[in-house]
Design a protein around this ligand. Structure first.
Ligand code: CO
Length: 503
């Protein structure tokens, strides 16, 4: 077989796995939106069947042989060409998939399924000791997984690779460390300020049907295409890219709060715009897929926060919001509204945190999971270290573990190495945004007249159309000319919150 034929055959096989994943995505979307409760068990069977089938097809020896043949032919000269990136990433995934014994995969799936149930009860009763044996077991199993994968410096890097391919503890740890110390100072400064927004402006009656129209109009204005997408309701909002021409976002409405659904829709629309911008001709291959969780999150946070909570954005949308909600906003001043949607205050729960303190919630988790995974911290000591550091970073102390180290589902799922992608997303978003502003001087004055096409165009050109051509670290350098840094984020927050809080 010629190398060209081998490539073609390989792509066909990998795309077949992509089709299975796409079918699973429809079932997953339905499960979380419209499926009756009674369908749970059958749905779990359907999804387990499809993921088994996908695994079987992807780990077929034929894939390994084709990869070898293509690599040996010397035909791929540039690892950043379309074919180069596809082969590089298929190779990485294939090696990982075949290295892990089926028994270990099953044990992790089984343990995490059990652990999620126990975690739910433990959180309800704030009973960490109940969850502890499961956490210990999951750490042990994930260490085994990391050993199967292999790594250069430390085992944690092998887990990171599942969510942020190529990232290492060392590379992101350095950036996070510098970020944390400056962030703690900024949070303290805001806490010292006498100025506080009037939160009743957004925390009052907002009719849900109007919220839906308003949210959809904003999503459409920033470039989420409803011709190839839709918006539905769910309990835990998400976005799913089912395939070319079909990307779906979800939200949850709170009749007594304007911001929750609105910024939730902006967030998911940001994910959706990314999915809609991936090159369709590569669907099912790495070149048709998103780079990493961190890069995905950079797209959602960009539209939610850097654009969606900005003054220029609301110059356009505030008069429209006043028309839509005359009772709530008719007599509200622009500046007071802007302050209310940018309220910053230390709080206990990560998913309710504002854009400034949010990162401290993540950095805390990153340090703790790295320590217990490495063996520097006994899982049983997690609550004590959590509370101590929480106080240090945010100035408040969790009254119990339910509102402390038991609040998130991630560790019970065995997802260690996942948390840092949230803060990476925030840092990437600020760095991309700063560069876009430099490249397009009137970017923000365009927002004021409701034109978001230049922003979306910049993201398309520098990020979306590349699929997984570059890994995140490299993509940031190629798109912005600089390595990842916490500085653009700090600059953005200092300027914005200095103005709002008067320092
Ligand atoms: Co997100």
């Amino acid at each position: 077989m010629s190398a060209q034929d081998a490539l073609k055959t390989l792509y066909e096989s990998v795309k077949e796995v992509g089709i299975i994943g796409s079918c699973a995505a429809v079932l997953g979307w339905d499960e979380r939106t419209y499926m009756p409760k009674g369908g749970q068990e059958n749905r779990a069977n359907q999804l387990a069947y499809l993921s088994g089938l996908a695994h079987e097809k992807f780990t077929n020896e034929k894939i390994g042989e084709l990869l070898k043949e293509i690599e040996a032919s010397g035909q791929i000269k540039d690892e950043f060409s379309d074919d180069g990136a596809n082969i590089r990433e298929i190779r990485n995934e294939y090696d990982k998939a075949v290295k892990v014994p089926k028994k270990l995969v099953e044990e992790i799936t089984h343990t995490s399924t059990m652990a999620q149930g126990v975690w739910g009860e433990a959180r309800e009763n704030s009973d960490f000791p109940k969850f502890l044996p499961y956490l210990e077991k999951l750490v042990k199993l994930k260490r085994e997984l990391a050993e199967c994968y292999g790594y250069e410096k430390e085992a944690y890097d092998a887990l990171l690779d599942d969510y942020e391919p190529g990232a290492t503890y060392e590379s992101i740890g350095k950036v996070f460390e510098a970020f944390r110390s400056e962030l703690v100072d900024l949070v303290a400064k805001i806490a010292d300020s006498k100025k506080r927004p009037d939160m009743s402006i957004i925390e009052q009656e907002y009719a849900v049907d109007r919220q839906k129209i308003f949210g959809e109009s904003a999503a459409a204005a920033i470039g989420y295409d409803f011709g190839i997408g839709r918006l539905d309701e769910t309990t835990h909002p998400f976005c799913t890219g089912i395939g070319p021409g079909d990307t779906r976002i979800t939200t949850r409405f709170n009749p007594k709060h304007l911001g929750q659904a609105f910024f939730g829709i902006m967030h998911e629309a940001g994910h959706g715009i990314y999915e809609q911008g991936l090159p369709t001709e590569h669907h099912g291959l790495p070149m048709g897929d998103a780079v990493s969780l961190g890069i995905h999150e950079s797209q959602s946070r960009m539209w939610e926060n850097l654009v969606g909570r900005s003054q220029p954005f609301w110059k356009h949308f505030f008069p429209r919001a006043q028309q839509m909600f005359p009772l709530a906003l008719g007599n509200v001043k622009f500046d007071d509204f802007l302050f209310a949607i940018n309220d910053v205050r230390p709080s206990l729960i990560r998913i309710e945190a504002d854009e400034v303190t949010y990162n401290l919630h993540i950095l805390l988790r990153f340090e703790i999971e790295h320590a217990f995974f490495k063996g520097d911290l006994e899982p049983k000591d997690v609550p004590a270290v959590w509370n101590e550091n929480f106080k240090k970073y945010l100035g408040i102390e969790p009254p119990d573990d339910a509102r402390g180290c038991l609040q998130d589902i991630h560790w019970s799922w065995g997802m260690i190495g996942y948390f840092p992608t949230y803060t990476l997303g925030n840092l990437y978003s600020a760095q991309f945004y700063a560069k876009a502003k430099e490249d397009i001087p009137d970017l923000e004055s365009q927002f004021e007249i409701g034109n978001f096409a230049p922003m979306k165009g910049w993201l398309r050109k520098h990020i979306h159309i590349h699929g997984r051509r570059y890994r995140a670290e490299k993509l940031v350098e190629v798109a912005t000319g600089k390595p990842l840094s916490h500085k653009p984020m700090m600059d953005y927050m200092r300027t914005k919150y200095g103005e709002l809080y008067g320092f």
